[in-house]
Design a protein around this ligand. Structure first.
Ligand SMILES: [Zn+2]
Ligand SMILES: [Zn+2]
Ligand SMILES: [Zn+2]
Length: 204
């Protein structure tokens, strides 16, 4: 380890979404507590010294909480790169290490940030994509074994999807059965059903 080498610290600002990468000398880091602020000045990462440990308060773009990471000072100052990850999103939320390694890692993470930002812009079509997928899979399985029918006697149906539900419609009488698709318990509920019955729609 080269004593005078700078350490880079990188994270994404939850307020303005930009990458913040700062360099601190080993001298600075071991002398006193320090702070790294985003240029937007809305958030900052705090470093606190505590004996041979360094405690880092990191703003997190992914869950918008702040995480506290504790790391042995020796590792903090010597590792090529250390990734600290958000316990909620499982994504890396902060890197510490050699300058070029931190820049590389932040570049990779930027791609994820971009994807997530796009998703938020478009507002996903379903409230919970994963649950909707599982619900559709289940409906398909039940349908394939002939388990879907309407009280009018029809076994012809089609599927309409909304933001939070899958609706099975009888093609004969237009009756509908709405299957909620927002939480994992919706999936559990559907999994234990052998058959699905649409209530006939009686024409007035
Ligand atoms: Zn910012
Ligand atoms: Zn987080
Ligand atoms: Zn029907």
């Amino acid at each position: 380890m080269i004593e005078n080498e700078n350490r880079a610290i990188g994270f994404f600002c939850p307020a303005c979404q930009q990458a913040v990468i700062a360099e601190k000398s080993v001298f600075e880091l071991t002398a006193t507590n320090s702070t790294i602020s985003c240029p937007c000045s809305k958030c900052e990462l705090k470093l606190e010294l505590q004996d041979h440990l360094i405690r880092m308060h990191t703003p997190c773009l992914f869950c918008e909480e702040s995480h506290v990471f504790t790391c042995p000072l020796e590792l903090f100052l010597s590792e090529k790169i250390i990734a600290f990850s958000c316990g909620i999103s499982q994504l890396d939320t902060c890197y510490v290490g050699k300058r070029e390694e931190v820049y590389k890692a932040m570049d990779r993470l930027q791609e994820t940030v971009d994807v997530l930002a796009n998703q938020n812009d478009e507002k996903s079509i379903f409230m919970n994509e994963v649950v909707m997928q599982e619900i559709l899979e289940e409906i398909k399985v039940i349908g394939e074994r002939g388990g879907i029918s309407c009280t009018c006697g029809s076994q012809q149906w089609n599927l309409n999807l909304t933001y939070s539900a899958a609706e099975i419609n009888c093609t004969v009488c237009n009756g509908a059965l709405k299957i909620p698709a927002t939480t994992l318990s919706d999936v559990d509920d559907l999994c234990c059903k052998m058959t699905l019955t649409i209530q006939e729609k009686k024409n007035a």
